[in-house]
Write a protein that binds this ligand. Structure first.
Ligand SMILES: [Zn+2]
Length: 424
């Protein structure tokens, strides 16, 4: 399009004199302002703005939105609404986050303005920004966004309202409601944004699994043993696993039933568990193929607890180490491997003795390695059922074990497995 045509279009859209607009446009372009931006700025100058600029925003279905879009208009059903306070440019902002959906898909959103969104609302959202988050498009509702409520309800193939089971939660989920039993809860003092604050943290569970939680605004309903409904929580990764965050905007209501809690952890293959990327409580079954260096009788730095190498701590230099027992066993189930870390207590079980015995053993042999060798003799080549918390990072997959027991496969299970191995 030539300057003439751009000016013509603007003049007719804005109802102003074409020569005047042309002069302004020419002027802006001479300062190397891109033509689209120049036109937009003239639309603002001549007081039009909203109407024609939202005309140029495409109306899309959610499945059509991708990260190359800059602005879109959509008609959607609100699935969830989470309220959260964040620090942005040094100021505190209250934002709203969650998911919206139409017939074709669902998408996360962040709203910087309070549009009074509620789960279940059907809305036409005009001129929402699109930004990329974690390789996925996400809607941004801001100052220039319009929100209109629709009379009719848009039917969508998703659950409306944010109710979720613990096993389905992932970091980034917002506006989440759960019904759980608090398994364990303790009060802590931390150095927060505004100095020292009291928080509650512990473990909670439902029929599908358990997760760690933090209550940033301690309330009496959150106590060990209580069955509660938590509304408007958000999920964040903490130490490599999803964690339930109860904020100042969350509500906690006691339930008049006791939430059933599974006694066992969900069983995954090692490949599935690693692909999942971090599981707070998981069960794996596999063969121990080796134990790693740093197993058996080890020494820890008295300052930070790190395992020392030849009496040196990585952070504190030469230290007088404290003796401890640990096992790092490589578990393999044919789909992948993880390093299973056994603490002093679980190591003592497989070693057949505690720290005192291990130290006597080492002294008699004049070699600390005998403890690790003895553990390897017991566990390598055997099948174990392992339960614990799995984290996955660039250095590999590690499982902090809470249970480590030799796996006695029942005969039917064993027959099935052998049969499927023969057939494959
Ligand atoms: Zn140290």
């Amino acid at each position: 399009m030539e300057l003439e045509e751009h000016a013509e279009e603007l003049a007719s859209d804005l109802g102003v004199d074409k020569e005047e607009v042309k002069e302004d446009l020419d002027n802006l372009l001479s300062y190397s302002v891109p033509v689209d931006e120049a036109k937009q700025s003239l639309r603002r100058k001549y007081g039009d703005g909203a109407e024609s600029s939202s005309d140029s925003v495409p109306t899309k279905h959610i499945e059509e939105i991708d990260t190359t879009d800059s602005n879109v208009s959509v008609t959607v059903r609100v699935l969830s609404v989470g309220k959260r306070s964040i620090q942005y440019n040094g100021e505190e902002h209250v934002i709203f986050e969650g998911e919206v959906a139409d017939e074709t898909g669902k998408i996360s959103y962040t709203s910087w303005e309070d549009f009074g969104l509620e789960a279940g609302d059907t809305l036409t959202v005009g001129n929402a920004g699109v930004r990329e988050w974690d390789d996925q498009p996400e809607l941004n509702l801001g100052e220039s966004t319009t929100v209109e409520r629709e009379e009719s309800t848009l039917e969508v193939p998703y659950d409306v309202g944010g109710d979720a089971a613990l096993a389905d939660l992932a970091p980034g989920d917002r506006g989440v409601n759960v019904e759980v039993r608090i398994l364990d809860c303790e009060s802590k003092t931390i150095d927060g944004r505004d100095g020292e604050t009291e928080i509650l943290s512990g473990e909670l569970a439902d029929e599908t699994g358990k997760l760690p939680f933090t209550d940033w605004e301690p309330r009496p309903e959150v106590e060990t043993g209580a069955s509660v409904r938590i509304e408007d929580s958000f999920i964040r990764e903490f130490r490599g696993v999803p964690s339930v965050n109860v904020s100042e905007f969350s509500t906690v209501t006691p339930l008049d039933r006791t939430v059933e809690v599974s006694e066992t952890a969900p069983r995954y293959s090692i490949r599935e568990a690693i692909d999942h990327g971090g599981l707070y409580d998981v069960e794996l079954v596999g063969n121990v193929v080796a134990i790693r260096d740093g197993s058996g009788l080890i020494e820890r730095c008295p300052e930070c607890g790190r395992v020392t190498q030849n009496g040196e701590c990585r952070s504190h230099g030469a230290v007088d180490g404290e003796d401890d027992l640990r096992t790092k066993a490589i578990l393999d189930d044919g789909t992948g491997t993880v390093t299973v870390v056994l603490d002093e207590e679980l190591t003592a079980e497989v070693y057949g003795g505690g720290l005192q015995e291990a130290m006597e053993h080492a002294r008699d042999a004049m070699d600390r390695e005998v403890v690790a060798e003895s553990i390897a003799d017991t566990v390598v080549g055997r099948e174990y059922r392992v339960r614990g918390s799995l984290t996955v990072d660039d250095f590999g997959a590690n499982l902090e074990a809470t249970e480590f027991v030799e796996h006695a496969e029942d005969p039917a299970e064993r027959a099935n497995r052998l049969l499927s191995e023969v057939q494959s």
